[in-house]
Design a protein around this ligand. Structure first.
Ligand code: NDP
Ligand code: PYC
Length: 345
């Protein structure tokens, strides 16, 4: 069994931010990236935690993301569509820049969208969703990735793992949030199985000949499968349409053409839609937040758990006791800090 080490959330943030600064990212990029990666570890979401630092640095080194980008906001006077040009940098600082205007517009118009263009996105989407619920808004967030998923009935990578997330704010309770890949599992999970030498569960992937496989290497060379068969395939396609084509940005097959590899973080756009439940429910009976609580209680009352509940439990534990990393992870952080971009191929 590997040894473990416990760091406070603040100490982990300092280390991760220092790694990005050492690798040449400006303060706005380094801070935003460190926040989402540390949030992933804090919430026990290993597929988008510290393991992602290396991929982000590889993408910088390959010249496919601009480490010194300063995102630019186009608030479009009173428009329901707010745009941020990430200027070839990461999506996370672009979201942080756009969120206050998006929230203000959604509150005044009832609905508003934030379009992020020309960004690299490697993280989970719940940080964006929780940004919205923290403003008392409901929200939908989605983005393409790169062609790694075969549409149902097909046998070649075409769609991305295209994450899709939703949030609903709750008073004095963590929000209702779900956030998942539209493939059976995120690609990060396949990579983590490969690194751990573990077979994949059945039904996650097919090999390059289109046969079912539980071998992570064969899966990475073949294609992943959409969740829920034709339903996940259609939702993944919707993400390509809304968060790729509709916002004038790349689709997953175009991203793969542009990058030529899935070992770098994908470059595309992101769509964030914010709703004001009060505005939508105005003039109708009942308070939407109180009615939502009745629904949540009924779900939990059947013994089911709400999505993100596991994450919020993990968060509370990390906040009380710190974040646990194994020795290999600590050594990797030290190596990345010492060597900067020389640490990655
Ligand atoms: P999971 O299947 O691990 O989880 C999906 C969601 O379902 C979570 O909100 C989870 O909550 C919830 N959930 C899981 N089990 C249950 C249950 N029994 N009852 C109720 N809710 C449940 O996610 P994926 O592997 O599909 O995706 C992982 C992450 O990868 C996501 O954050 C996604 O955004 C990210 N991703 C990012 C991509 C990108 O291009 N940037 C591409 C693809 C994925 P909980 O966390 O509490 O378990
Ligand atoms: O885990 O599928 C994934 C993923 C792709 C891009 C970023 N994360």
């Amino acid at each position: 069994m590997s040894e473990t080490n416990t760091l406070t959330i603040a100490a982990l943030f300092e280390r991760v931010e220092a790694i990005f600064l050492k690798a040449g990212l400006n303060a706005v990029q380094a801070g935003a990236l460190a926040r989402v990666i540390v949030a992933g570890e804090r919430d026990a979401c290993k597929s988008h935690g510290v393991y992602r630092i290396e991929g982000a640095l590889r993408t910088v080194k390959a010249g496919k993301v601009k480490p010194d980008a300063v995102p630019a906001l186009d608030a479009g006077e009173g428009s329901a569509i707010v745009k941020v040009d990430a200027k070839g940098g990461f999506a996370n600082p672009a979201f942080e820049l756009g969120l206050p205007v998006l929230a203000e517009r959604a509150r005044s118009l009832g609905i508003a969208a934030l379009v992020i263009n020309d960004c690299t996105h490697f993280s989970a989407l719940w940080p964006e969703v929780e940004g919205l619920t923290g403003e008392g808004l409901a929200g939908l967030v989605m983005c393409p990735s790169y062609a790694t998923v075969a549409p149902t009935g097909g046998n070649k990578p075409l769609l991305g793992t295209n994450p899709f997330a939703f949030g609903w704010p709750r008073q004095n309770k963590p929000p209702y949030v779900f956030d998942f890949a539209t493939s059976v599992a995120a690609r990060g999970e396949i990579e983590l199985h490969r690194r751990a030498g573990k077979p994949l569960p059945e039904g996650w992937a097919i090999d390059a000949e289109g046969n079912p496989t539980t071998d992570p290497d064969a899966a990475l060379a073949g294609a992943m499968l959409p969740f829920g068969g034709h339903k996940g395939s259609a939702i993944g396609t919707m993400v390509e349409l809304l968060a790729g084509i509709m916002i004038g940005d790349l689709t997953s097959p175009e991203v793969l053409d542009y990058l030529g590899t899935t070992t770098l973080a994908p470059f595309h756009g992101e769509l964030i839609v914010a709703f004001s439940p009060e505005k939508f429910a105005a003039g109708r009976p009942g308070n939407p937040f109180a009615r939502a609580e009745i629904l949540f209680e009924a779900i939990v009352g059947q013994g089911a758990r709400l999505p993100s509940q596991r994450r919020f439990v993990a968060r509370a534990k990390s906040e009380a006791e710190g974040v646990v990393l194994n020795t290999a992870e600590i050594e990797q952080l030290e190596r990345l800090l010492a060597l900067g971009l020389d640490a990655v191929a």
